[in-house]
Design a protein around this ligand. Structure first.
Ligand code: SF4
Ligand code: SF4
Length: 315
């Protein structure tokens, strides 16, 4: 099995990926860390319920004898998305990890399946805290902004996580720690427009982060305390990464530039359901992996075009 783990490491390297294998016993450590933050009152209740209820800290049904967790980081660029509306064009950013999220995860799962099959091992998908596993496995370190960073990738990567029955009796399990570079740097703290990064504690005040507010369901308008001029992404936020010295080599890395014409933008602002959208518009949204975010577009796009964000068409 040690040979298999070594083989995996060399396959990762050949493909420009980075990855770690840790024992499945750390499933409980991941759960304890998140629930510990909650028990200490460090996680806002709404954030805890909405954002963290996605995780499943148990062996998958299709791999009941899982022995390890595999985390693989895939380099990812930003994407530009332009929307024309009433003679005004807004070019917005989709941060790394949104475009092609599912496809990337499936590609890594296929590769792992292919690489492990000759040794008799299997892979199953996992709904686990990907960034936390990347850090605790030693693959990544946290920045002061609680974003995960990997040497050679900065924060421009998508962490993918899987269960496997590949045994991993010996592994390393690191403390959650902040990069040494952050000790003398407070750039992200000063650039964060919502006060989500504070000097008082390391844990992000996630309930103040733009990402929480622009990803959450459409029945939550943006709170009044968020200055409307700070929005710059269709979903997500890049402000604390745009000024981070760890990311300086990747900041200009953009791939893809989808454009939505006035008529398409009007339909998206109006909350048109997917099957009522023109086929070309549907295809653009699929390419961007934005189908899950269709419902939030009236609100998120509305701030750029000063529309109400209210849905006018049938959901
Ligand atoms: S901006 Fe500075 S403090 Fe913030 S994550 Fe980057 S290096 Fe760390
Ligand atoms: S993602 Fe944006 S809102 Fe969240 S901590 Fe970074 S700068 Fe602040």
């Amino acid at each position: 099995m040690e040979n298999t783990i070594r083989m995996l490491q060399s396959r990762f390297q050949e493909r420009g990926l980075q990855g770690r294998v840790v024992s499945v016993r750390h499933l409980q450590d991941l759960r304890d860390e998140i629930e510990g933050h909650h028990a200490q009152g460090l996680l806002n209740e709404e954030f805890y319920k909405e954002a963290l209820s996605f995780f499943l800290f148990q062996d998958p049904e299709n791999l009941p004898h899982a022995a390890s967790l595999i985390v693989v980081a895939v380099p990812q660029p930003q994407t530009k998305v332009s929307f024309a509306y009433n003679g005004n064009t807004q070019t917005l950013i989709l941060p790394p990890t949104y475009r092609g999220f599912r496809e990337t995860t499936q590609q890594v799962q296929s590769l792992l399946t292919e690489w492990l099959a000759p040794d008799g091992y299997h892979v199953a998908s996992a709904r686990l805290p990907r960034k936390l596993l990347a850090v605790r496995s030693g693959l990544a370190e946290y920045g002061r902004n609680n974003i995960a960073y990997i040497p050679g990738m900065g924060s421009f990567f998508q962490p993918t996580v899987f269960f496997s029955d590949l045994p991993c009796p010996q592994d390393t399990w690191h403390k959650s720690r902040m990069m040494d570079r952050c000790l003398d740097c407070h750039v992200c703290l000063t650039k964060c427009p919502t006060g989500a990064i504070t000097a008082e504690r390391f844990l992000l005040r996630a309930e103040r982060c733009l990402v929480f507010h622009n990803e959450r369901s459409a029945d939550h308008p943006f709170p009044d305390w968020i200055d409307p001029t700070v929005h710059h992404c269709l979903v997500g936020c890049m402000l604390c990464q745009q000024f981070c010295p760890e990311d300086k080599d990747f900041l200009n890395w953009f791939e893809g530039n989808e454009t939505f014409a006035h008529e398409e933008t009007a339909l998206l602002l109006g909350g048109t359901s997917l099957n009522q959208l023109p086929t070309l518009t549907q295809e653009k949204l699929k390419r961007l992996d934005l189908l899950d975010y269709l419902g939030v577009l009236p609100r998120n796009l509305g701030v750029f075009f000063k529309t109400s964000g209210q849905v006018r068409f049938m959901p």
